[in-house]
Design a protein. Structure first.
Ligand code: COA
Length: 165
């Protein structure tokens, strides 16, 4: 049996998180190392990692705000982020290919939802590609509609999960 643990990110995780982001996301979808470092330093409460046998296998990170604009590219650099903001916008949900298909994204999302509820956030937002809409529905997210973003020439969808906090 594998030993699985979910915890808040540490700056020592930066290289591994960048590696996971780079191998898992296609092309310019992957966040740069600087963006990931900024997310760790600015809002570690909103950045959790899953370890299998002490190796980081995947993570979720986000920013918080009081006014959600899901197609705002600058928010990926946490421009407009406010740690006290009531709304949470997920920036990455990612599991290294060697660890995919084991239910780890679901475990990460369950833990993330619990953490954001405990932080008294009101709602979690994300945008995703068509193929992942059903995956997020399984975690309780509701479909909002098509996104204005045409990032990477792809079709994107907005989803959200209201929290009982
Ligand atoms: C998407 C991703 C995070 C899924 O990680 P994972 O750990 O393999 O997912 P899980 O094993 O927890 O799967 C959870 C559920 O989603 C489904 N699912 C997983 N990946 C899927 C995919 N690419 N397309 C459709 N459904 C998928 C699974 O079948 C599973 O459903 P089940 O509970 O009915 O079996 C992973 O494939 C990844 O990192 N991809 C690259 C980055 C990315 O696109 N992230 C999403 C950004 S919006």
């Amino acid at each position: 049996m594998n030993d699985v643990n979910i915890r808040e990110v540490r700056i020592q995780d930066l290289d591994r998180c960048f590696e996971i982001e780079s191998v898992s996301y296609a092309g310019d979808e992957a966040a740069s190392k600087e963006k990931i470092e900024n997310r760790i330093n600015t809002y570690s409460e909103g950045f959790i990692v899953l370890e299998q046998d002490k190796t980081v296998a995947g993570f979720i990170n986000c920013g918080a705000c009081n006014k959600v604009e899901l197609s705002d590219e600058e928010f990926k650099e946490l421009v407009g982020h406010d740690s006290e903001g009531k709304y949470v916008v997920i920036l990455s949900v990612v599991v290294h290919p060697d660890f995919q298909g084991k239910g780890y994204a679901k475990l990460l999302m369950d833990s993330f939802i619990e953490k954001m509820t405990n932080l008294h956030k009101k709602e979690i937002y994300l945008i995703c590609q068509t193929s992942l809409v059903d995956m997020y529905k399984k975690s309780g997210f509701v479909y909002i509609g098509e996104s204005q973003s045409d990032h990477g020439g792809l079709s994107w969808h907005e989803m959200s999960l209201p929290l009982n906090s």
